[in-house]
Design a protein around this ligand. Structure first.
Ligand SMILES: Nc1nc2c(c(=O)[nH]1)N[C@H]1C(S)=C(S)[C@@H](COP(=O)(O)O)O[C@H]1N2
Ligand SMILES: [Mo]
Length: 439
């Protein structure tokens, strides 16, 4: 066994080297070494490992990946130092601990500097109201006073973020262009101001990550602002050879959409959410979104290119073993109140939740108590078929342990699949269950 004192010099040297590299990256505006290394890990570990990571870490995945990269660098430095030929004791343990602390502070400062660029951009742009030519009426569904209900529209700061970029790209909007090219007669290149000058529309829709599990909140409901993709496509006049629209991000991430699908699905170039421009983490300045498809099949954030092609590319997630899209969102209901494993007094209880079945809409929601028959819940108003819908059921519970289940039936006839399945390869299924102890 190595003594702690033998391990410290190497670890401190590795930490100091890392801190210098991070500081240099921050000062020169290049990407963080830790993030580059972490990105290599993210893009190469087997799909099953990614799935386990997402399941265990939910949304803390990036800090955890960074921490393990730093940990791995320190550990290899420690081992290299301890097994190396020079075994001079050198500096005291206190001095080494000091060097380690300086290294840590250097890394933290470098990261903070990069984060502040994104925060600055959000302060400038994401605070800017975006107005649609014909705004939708205020979002109301009549469930405003239902106890424990989720908000009808998810506040932007609470809206889940999923992407494979270790750090959201920060786009310089003054230099940014969106090009629409490939199999088209009139290629187009537009800037941000050109897009804002267009006649913007608003639409309400839920966006769902395929990694969302029963009861999770890796989805959100939003009022989005943008323009119909069909408008852009008409302007460029796709040639008869065009079969696929490749949406490409500034960081190279791609998602292909069959043109056939776009012909009978609403699809948008999105510029804003919640009445304001997109934040950096949600894809500023522009993204593509096709309501009804899981997020990874619904378009790229930080969009830079729309390319029409005869056949699709190998998309990012296909490269990671996921099926060739598009994958439609499964109808699903979530119970928001009462909370799982709660205790309450016997008597009446109001069960509330949200259900989604984009793009066709929620037809009905049913609840079942203790494995009994499915009974219809009351539905709040519908903002749009692609949006989620709040529901409630008023039950009376006697003393004992109870289990509530909920399911969603789509207006298109799809019934929520009760067989529990993992998100890979076509989205999680099963029923969300809540257990209660009633005294
Ligand atoms: N450029 C880019 N676009 C992307 C992704 C990504 O990693 N990079 N992730 C996709 C996935 S998996 C989802 S679920 C949605 C998430 O959008 P949000 O982070 O705004 O919630 O964006 C999609 N678009
Ligand atoms: Mo996702």
């Amino acid at each position: 066994m190595y003594s702690l004192r033998a391990l410290l010099p190497g670890a401190a040297a590795a930490g100091a080297a890392l801190a210098v590299a991070e500081a240099a990256a921050a000062l020169t505006g290049r990407r963080s070494t830790v993030d580059l290394a972490a990105q290599l890990v993210v893009d190469r570990v087997p799909r099953s490992a990614v799935e386990i990571g997402v399941r265990l870490l939910r949304s803390a995945d990036k800090p955890a990946i960074r921490a393990s990269v730093v940990g791995a660098v320190l550990a290899s430095g420690a081992l290299a130092g301890a097994t190396g030929r020079s075994r001079r004791r050198g500096p005291t343990a206190a001095a080494l601990a000091g060097a380690g602390a300086v290294a840590g502070a250097g890394i933290a400062a470098a990261w903070r500097r990069q984060t502040s660029r994104r925060e600055h951009q959000d302060a400038v742009f994401a605070s800017r109201p975006l107005s649609a030519a014909r705004p939708l009426p205020p979002a109301r569904d009549g469930a405003e006073h239902w106890p424990g209900a989720s908000p009808l529209l998810t506040p932007v700061q609470d809206f889940y973020v999923t992407d494979v970029a270790m750090r959201s790209p920060v786009v310089d909007v003054h230099r940014w262009r969106l090009t629409v090219c490939g199999e088209v007669r009139r290629p187009l290149s537009v800037g941000y101001a050109d897009l804002l000058d267009d006649e913007l529309v608003e639409f309400d829709a839920a966006m769902v990550c395929i990694h969302n599990r029963l009861g999770w909140d890796r989805l959100g409901n939003q009022r989005w602002t943008g323009l119909p993709l069909s408008r852009l496509l008409e302007r460029v006049e796709p040639t008869p050879a065009a079969g696929t629209l490749v949406t490409r991000s500034v960081d190279g991430w791609e998602c292909s959409l069959p043109l056939r699908l776009l012909a009978d699905h609403d699809a948008y170039l999105v510029l804003g959410m919640g009445g304001r421009a997109l934040t950096a983490s949600h894809g500023f300045p522009a993204r593509v979104f096709v309501p009804g498809l899981y997020g990874q099949y619904a378009g790229a954030k930080w969009l830079t290119e729309l390319r029409l092609q005869a056949t699709p590319n190998r998309d990012y997630w296909q490269g990671r073993g996921w099926p060739h899209g598009p994958v439609p969102v499964r109808p699903m209901a979530r119970i928001d109140a009462p909370a799982h494993r709660g205790r309450r007094a016997a008597g009446p209880v109001t069960v509330t939740g949200v259900a989604w079945a984009p793009a066709g809409g929620v037809g009905s929601v049913e609840v079942s108590l203790d494995g009994g028959p499915w009974t219809g819940a009351e539905l709040a108003g519908e903002l749009a078929p692609a949006a989620w819908r709040r529901w409630r059921a008023d039950l009376v519970l006697d003393a004992g342990t109870h289990e509530l289940r909920a399911r969603c039936l789509g207006r298109d006839g799809r019934v929520q699949d009760g067989v529990p399945r993992d998100p890979f390869p076509s989205g999680a299924s099963g029923y969300h269950r809540v257990r209660l102890r009633v005294a």
